[in-house]
Write a new protein. Structure first.
Length: 409
């Protein structure tokens, strides 16, 4: 590579720490408002169900918004779509902080999610635009860690904001975070893609149809989404398992989730280091295998009536470590399926993550025993994820053999 080419490549890189900040802003807002729900309900004279809708609408906004940011960024460029999304996130945060009624608050949360999901989809695409395969895995591991740690940190930060200034301070904090991120992106984030300039419903449908027709993409995307978001099932059940079933104080919930999220960090760190020596596919299978084993032991202890808090923390620490090892590897493989549709691939993968995460969270509430329900969901999701990954690996090997045979001819 010439010096000029190398310099051009360097100019195209967005700072990784800034992409981390972009990703964090979207994920923090997902659950930061949870501790403020009772305060907001009293302040707005609204029912608890009406205020709880602000959580569900945010998850839906994150899921469906990514379906549009990805392909639109392939057509119009990453930078303008990211600036637009962050502007929307900032403005919606202000509206939410000043909301006079619950209806305005719910609508503001929808637009906040539609803006916040820009970072989730486009941050990944920007990493893939400017890195090689191994570099992408290491960078995506860090972004994936932030996406997973966000729901764990958000309630702690949110409760602090509520104590300092009530529920409106949560949105004031998020608006300030959005403003800072927007300013930094305006000054420091270049265009990393190669926009086609073509925007149409038919092109969008064609892009997604191309990906959905790829067995390899479906395997990596579905398997990776299961590996990444299956732990949402335990996060949703943890308050009930720890306080109601095991009779521990509420503060142990936050402490336990904080320790468990350390496992996600360890897994991501392992991936960033081991990808230099071990194939990405093997890391993916090994990591998800650790999660399956941890969930199986969790289920066994619950069935035997021997589940306790130390066991839960240790097992979920290993489950998170396995997920942290596997999910960035799956993400990188997903984004490398089609170099012409990186944005669309990132958007569809992000949608899969949010949709499956919401499904796993919902499934935990179906049974009367939160520990048993979460254990079953964890092992089922991890096992299905492993099947999807193995399927994708077989498809990739089949394509490689086909190409080798063609070259031989």
């Amino acid at each position: 590579m010439s010096a000029d080419a190398g310099q051009a490549r360097a100019v195209q890189r967005a700072p990784l720490w800034l992409l981390v900040m972009i990703t964090l802003s979207g994920t923090l807002a997902m659950h930061m408002f949870v501790p403020a729900l009772p305060d907001a309900a009293r302040s707005l004279n609204a029912s608890s169900a009406a205020v709880q809708a602000t959580i569900g609408i945010y998850i839906l906004g994150l899921a469906f918004g990514q379906l549009f940011y990805g392909p639109l960024s392939d057509a119009l460029g990453r930078r303008p779509l990211l600036i637009t999304g962050l502007s929307l996130y900032f403005g919606a945060g202000i509206v939410a902080a000043l909301a006079p009624n619950v209806e305005t608050l719910v609508l503001a949360r929808l637009f906040q999610a539609l803006g916040g999901c820009a970072g989730l989809a486009l941050g990944r695409a920007m990493v893939r635009d400017t890195t090689t395969s191994d570099e992408a895995v290491r960078a995506l591991a860090l972004l994936n860690l932030i996406m997973m740690v966000g729901p764990g940190l958000a309630p702690l930060i949110g409760s602090t904001m509520v104590e300092l200034g009530g529920w409106r301070m949560v949105f004031a904090f998020l608006a300030v975070l959005g403003a800072i991120t927007l300013l930094l992106c305006w000054r420091m984030v270049p265009e990393t893609g190669r926009p086609s300039g073509v925007v149409s419903v038919s092109v969008l449908a064609r892009d997604y149809t191309s990906l959905l027709r790829s067995p390899k993409y479906l395997g990596y995307a579905f398997g990776g989404a299961c590996a990444t978001t299956s732990i949402y099932a335990f996060i949703a059940a943890a308050p009930f398992v720890i306080t109601e079933q095991l009779h521990h104080p509420v503060r142990h919930v936050g402490i336990s989730l904080g320790i468990i999220m350390i496992g996600m960090g360890i897994g991501n760190a392992l991936t960033r280091r081991l990808v230099l020596d071990i194939p990405v596919e093997r890391l993916l299978v090994i990591g998800n295998g650790i999660s399956i084993a941890s969930a199986a032991i969790f289920l066994g202890l619950e069935l035997m009536g021997r589940l306790n808090l130390p066991a839960i923390v240790v097992l979920m620490l290993f489950f998170a470590m396995g997920s942290g090892t596997a999910s960035p590897a799956a993400l990188s493989k997903t984004l490398m399926v089609d170099a012409h549709h990186v944005g669309s691939a990132a958007g569809l993968y992000g949608f899969s993550q949010m949709a499956l995460g919401a499904l796993f969270t919902l499934m935990v509430g179906w049974g009367s025993n939160p520990a048993l329900s979460s254990a079953v969901v964890l092992i089922a999701a991890a096992a299905v994820g492993q099947a999807g990954v193995q399927f994708a690996i077989r498809q990739e090997r089949k394509e490689a053999r086909y190409l080798s045979a063609g070259e031989g001819i």
